[in-house]
Design a protein around this ligand. Structure first.
Ligand code: ADP
Ligand code: ASP
Ligand code: MG
Length: 405
């Protein structure tokens, strides 16, 4: 059996932790498994690398950023391989490119398109533990690329899929909770969660898993175990809704979880001449800059002018400011107002498809607590609100209590 393990930044933050992981991996190998391990950069190493570049310029070149950021994971793979070899295990470290991980897209936001797993298989066949750098790959012109923050999860799931192996993600929480346990200490751990609900929670801000990783898991049927302890299996399994329904122990709630996304900015474009071409111009510029535009809503249209709002990640601030300057320079009365002091709070649950009254319950809580919001959006299985940043945690807690999460 091939098992792909993934260890996040906190789990590999010190050489002592790396040594403990090596000992555990050795036991997994001794039990007769073929072991592939994907690791992140140590602790906050990726943040530190980004900070270095920002000491030089506010807007560093993204190709060079990929090269810089990819070095964090390369430290960890070497150290873990050294630890394994010290314990007497044969191990080899591979960069994303050496592991055959091919990507496309914008630098810093690349997507895995293909994995040529031959090299990994060859090393497994010769009895080695294969240690792969997460978060990185190589693009069509041979440049090292990264997959977006948190992207090591995606590397692990994609490798598990390519190798037809099991996928186990080890992190600093002992499973997936209905709401971030650091925000709400009464949050409940979920033994199972469906791909769709986890993807929605992750996409809407639950940082415990990278959304693309969950999407790949669902698409290729890779069950993902998420846990903390080395040994006991008391974490969460991300799997199909059919499997969950088969498991009678699982109580199906209308709402499964709440997510909070503080990495949100809201933009209000006011008094823009009403014309689809102008709106297109803004979103086209956003796309070209790789900005991930999210909730779009139109507020107000008169015969000549209109206003609309949208949200995007705070990390796209610099690119957004440039667009704002161009738009305000072009249209005399138009304002492009960027509000970084907002948070997105969302409720997620498959039960939203078939249950009425959830939205009214949600707005009743807001009304009773005198909480105002800026924007609303819905999907089949979620409702999201943009609220002032200072209210984010309070709103999430109120929803968690109301929906018994
Ligand atoms: P890693 O470095 O291992 O990838 P992350 O920091 O990316 O770890 O993810 C783990 C963190 O996710 C936890 O520390 C926790 O605060 C946060 N988190 C957010 N939402 C949830 C949730 N619903 N359940 C569990 N953890 C969550
Ligand atoms: N080291 C990268 C990051 O901090 C990737 C990861 O940890 O998954 O975003
Ligand atoms: Mg992570």
């Amino acid at each position: 059996m091939i098992i792909v393990h993934k260890y996040g930044g906190t789990s590999v933050a010190t050489t002592e932790k790396i040594m403990n992981i090596a000992k555990y991996l050795g036991r997994v190998k001794d039990a007769g498994n073929d072991v592939v391990v994907v690791v992140s950069a140590m602790g906050k190493a990726t943040d530190a690398l980004i900070k270095l570049a920002h000491e030089i310029t506010e807007n560093p070149d993204s190709r060079e950023m990929d090269r810089l950021m990819s070095t964090g994971e390369q430290q960890t793979i070497s150290l873990l391989s050294i630890a394994l070899k010290t314990l007497g295990y044969d191990a080899i470290s591979l960069t994303g490119a050496q592991a055959g991980i091919k990507t496309i897209g914008h630098y810093m936001k690349n997507r895995i398109v293909d994995i040529d797993a031959e090299s990994i298989k060859k090393h497994l066949d010769s009895g080695k533990i294969v240690v792969v750098a997460g978060f990185q790959g190589v693009n069509e012109v041979g440049d090292v690329t990264t997959l977006g923050r948190g992207g090591s999860d995606t590397s692990a799931v994609a490798l598990a899929s390519a190798l037809k192996g099991k996928c186990e993600i080890y992190t600093d929480v002992d499973g997936i909770y209905s709401i971030d346990p650091r925000v709400y200490s009464d949050a409940k751990k979920l033994p199972f969660i469906s791909y769709d609900e986890m993807m929605e929670l992750a996409y809407l801000g639950a940082g415990v898993m990278e959304p693309r990783a969950v999407e790949l898991g669902g698409k290729y049927g890779v069950e993902i175990y998420v846990g903390k302890s080395l040994g006991e299996k008391n974490g969460t399994i991300i799997t199909s809704i059919e499997k969950i329904k088969e498991n009678k122990k699982m109580e199906q709630k209308v709402i499964t979880g709440v997510s909070i996304n503080e990495n949100t900015i809201m933009v209000n474009v006011e008094e823009i001449p009403t014309n689809a071409q102008n709106v297109y111009e803004i979103f086209e510029k956003a796309e070209k800059s790789g900005i991930n535009v999210d909730m779009i809503s139109q507020n107000d249209v008169s015969s000549h002018h209109g206003s609309f709002a949208f949200t995007c990640p705070k990390t796209d601030m610099a690119a957004l400011e440039k667009i704002g300057e161009k738009i305000e320079a072009k249209y005399e009365n138009t304002s492009f107002i960027i509000n970084p002091y907002v948070t997105k709070v969302s409720i997620v649950g498959i039960g939203l498809i078939s249950n009425v009254g959830v939205a009214s319950k949600m707005f009743k809580i807001l009304a009773e607590n005198d909480i105002s919001f800026h924007q609303i959006s819905t999907s089949e299985i979620s409702i999201s609100l943009i609220v002032d940043e200072v209210m984010g945690k309070r709103v999430a807690e109120l929803f968690a209590k109301e929906f018994d999460l």
